[in-house]
Design a protein around this ligand. Structure first.
Ligand SMILES: [Zn+2]
Length: 275
């Protein structure tokens, strides 16, 4: 989910990726989902096993396309993994599980099918392709990223998007989110990440640059909220009207959840009374 970016055609996104990760773009474009949800197929070259990350919406044509693309490469879907619980990433999981017989692995137990969960620190191995689960709460409490060390990339779900910036949901936390961005930034530095593969929008080649931009953007928005409070704004709606004045009004309801997250953060920091 993003703020302030126009909908664009998904040209170049569908079929993009790396040696081990390939994007299948779902047909659900909107202000919040950008070009649509990126479903990622991850497999070791030559392997008969493939992992599907974020099946996307419950769209029969999209899910059929995912299974057909896997079958064309002689691959069987062995696992379905969710980056977080939001429906534009998860709603297609039960149908894809039915089509493939693969379990659904998710941090949120309500979204799992099968006995295996998903926990930060887990290392999934599908036909020789290692996927490391990284805790990145913030956008939602259950958000994770998935690192493919062999390709030097991280699948970021909605924690980092291909355009614009992510929204903090009402069950998310700005404090957690900033910590997650800093952890990803450190990982980019330590391992020399070559790209971030987002849940919406195009692949991001400059991982450290994008993460720095996200951290700077958050700090600027927090300063704007502090200034709005100092100017006498009190309700999230008042603050949105001032801070997000340049942003499409259709996005204001989503901006409001980010502002609520910023107010929670400032009260955790002792800067404003808990409201
Ligand atoms: Zn989301």
């Amino acid at each position: 989910m993003t703020a302030g970016t126009p909908i664009q055609a998904g040209e170049g996104i569908d079929g993009s990726g790396t040696s081990r990760a390939r994007c299948v773009l779902a047909p659900n474009p909107s202000l919040m989902t950008l070009d649509g949800t990126n479903t990622w197929l991850v497999a070791e070259p030559g392997s008969a096993a493939v992992v599907v990350i974020d099946p996307g919406p419950d769209d029969a044509g999209h899910l059929q396309r995912v299974t057909t693309l896997a079958a064309e490469r002689g691959q069987r879907v062995t696992d379905i993994v969710l980056t977080h619980r939001h429906a534009d990433h998860s709603a297609g999981a039960p149908r894809l599980a039915e089509l493939t017989g693969a379990p659904v692995r998710a941090v949120d137990p309500a979204h799992r099918l099968g006995s295996e969960g998903l926990t930060a620190g887990d290392v999934l191995d599908s036909g020789g392709c290692e996927l490391r689960v990284i805790a990145t709460p913030g956008h939602t409490s259950d958000s994770v990223c998935l690192q493919i060390p062999a390709d030097g990339v991280v699948l970021t779900g909605d924690t980092v998007l291909g355009r614009g910036t992510a929204v903090i949901s009402d069950d998310g936390s700005l404090g957690d989110y900033l910590d997650s961005l800093r952890r990803l930034r450190a990982l980019a530095e330590e391992t020399g990440l070559s790209a971030l593969l987002p849940g919406h929008g195009p692949l991001l080649a400059d991982a450290p640059g994008v993460l720095d931009f996200y951290l700077t953007h958050r700090a600027e928005r927090l300063d704007e909220v502090r200034a709005a409070l100092a100017a006498g704004d009190r309700s999230p709606a008042e603050i949105v009207a001032r801070v997000y004045a340049a942003v499409d009004r259709a996005l204001w309801p989503f901006a409001e959840s980010s502002v609520r997250a910023q107010l929670r953060y400032l009260s955790e920091q002792g800067e404003v009374p808990a409201g």
